[in-house]
Write a protein of this length. Structure first.
Length: 384
């Protein structure tokens, strides 16, 4: 008497030998014995496709996907069918699902790796063609690149897969219904120019201190007695270091006394003042060729400001899907609750003045409520 233990090996042997009709028959005979065996339906799909029976092939692969919607081989097969049917954008959705599923698998079999590389290349080609079609349609309606807003352009980049969607994901406290803005235009803040006017004085006091010593810069990420994941080995790593002038809402009087221009500059800014937590005001230093790995900040009720002081060459700050470079004396203002990273690609150190401000969308009453709620929360320590 035949069982699935003999039928399935025979079916796969027939499939590998190119005897698609025999393989399909054997897979169907094994089906009553193992109705939930996903490899049976995948094998049957390939056997039917080899026979040219695409209706039965689709039926089999759909059954496989019902058993496991994330199965990589099934998704690739389904995408290939849509591509063969002249539906490239539908194919891309299956390919994308297969690639996302593969990203969670620790070790991919070698023969599957080749298919994944193929569908990744095909997806890129599909989305390039899709983008070209969209741009031609816009052009025909009178919308050339200069007529398109930057925000619309980012929506287009997301649509065609050139960019991902990033949202606020603070690690400690989330305030709902705030706009998802990565970088803010510094020109919308009436105090920004007054802060920038102090750049030269701040830079001079910083360089004077650095010439006398290392300025007492410590590793920005410090450990404490709570458990912390450190996948990038940043705890105690002085590649990214800081000289705090305000730390966890506390003035560092000795440091501030050496940099009076900082106090004058920040008297114009609406610092985020939560007792025991903020503001943080510091000189942030990146060593040559050092990088800050992607991470999210603690709160989405504030924005982070960078005043670039020593910018030796190439480097970048990425917030979500947008990337900017630093220009000495020109503020960068961004939402650090959105994933962000930075790198100094130059051969000398990069130093900025970093400080945090209240988000402009919060009313005075909301600021007072947040301040009352979060004052003294130990989980809001910047270096935890």
């Amino acid at each position: 008497m035949q069982t699935s233990q003999s039928l399935l090996p025979a079916a796969f042997s027939a499939l590998q030998a190119g005897r698609h009709s025999d393989a399909a028959l054997l897979f169907k005979q094994a089906q009553p014995y193992e109705p939930a065996n996903i490899t049976l339906y995948i094998g049957l799909a390939y056997a039917c496709a080899g026979m040219g029976d695409m209706v039965q092939a689709e039926h089999a692969i759909d059954q496989a996907l019902r058993l496991d919607p994330r199965n990589i081989r099934s998704l690739i097969f389904k995408g290939d069918r849509r591509h063969a049917d002249g539906e490239p954008r539908k194919a891309a959705t299956y390919y994308d699902a297969a690639l996302r599923s593969a990203s969670t698998v620790p070790q991919i079999p070698q023969e599957l790796s080749a298919d994944l590389a193929r569908i990744q290349s095909q997806t890129q080609q599909i989305m390039r063609s899709y983008e070209a079609e969209i741009l031609e349609r816009l052009k025909n309606q009178g919308f050339t690149r200069p007529e398109r807003s930057a925000r619309f352009q980012r929506s287009l980049d997301i649509l065609v897969g050139k960019s991902s969607i990033y949202v606020q994901e603070p690690t400690a406290y989330y305030y709902p219904e705030l706009p998802q803005i990565e970088f803010y235009d510094r020109r919308q803040f009436d105090w920004a120019e007054a802060v920038e006017d102090h750049t030269q004085a701040i830079r001079e006091s910083l360089l004077q201190e650095l010439s006398q010593s290392d300025g007492s810069f410590d590793a920005y990420v410090q450990g404490d007695d709570r458990p912390h994941a450190d996948p990038h080995n940043m705890v105690g790593n002085t590649d990214w270091s800081a000289r705090f002038l305000w730390k966890d809402g506390h003035r560092q009087e000795e440091a501030l006394s050496k940099h009076p221009a900082v106090e004058h500059a920040l008297s114009h800014a609406p610092l985020c003042d939560i007792p025991g937590a903020t503001p943080s005001v510091l000189f942030s230093r990146l060593k040559p060729h050092a990088a800050i790995p992607p991470h999210n900040g603690l709160l989405n009720v504030r924005l982070i400001c960078h005043l670039p002081l020593v910018i030796p060459g190439q480097g970048f700050l990425r917030v979500g899907s947008q990337t900017r470079s630093w220009t000495e004396g020109e503020l960068l203002i961004f939402d650090d609750s959105i994933e962000h990273e930075a790198a100094n690609q130059a051969a000398a150190q990069r130093v900025i003045l970093l400080f945090d401000i209240w988000r402009p969308e919060l009313s005075k009453e909301e600021q007072d409520l947040v301040r009352a709620l979060l004052s003294g929360f130990d989980s809001l320590k910047e270096t935890s």
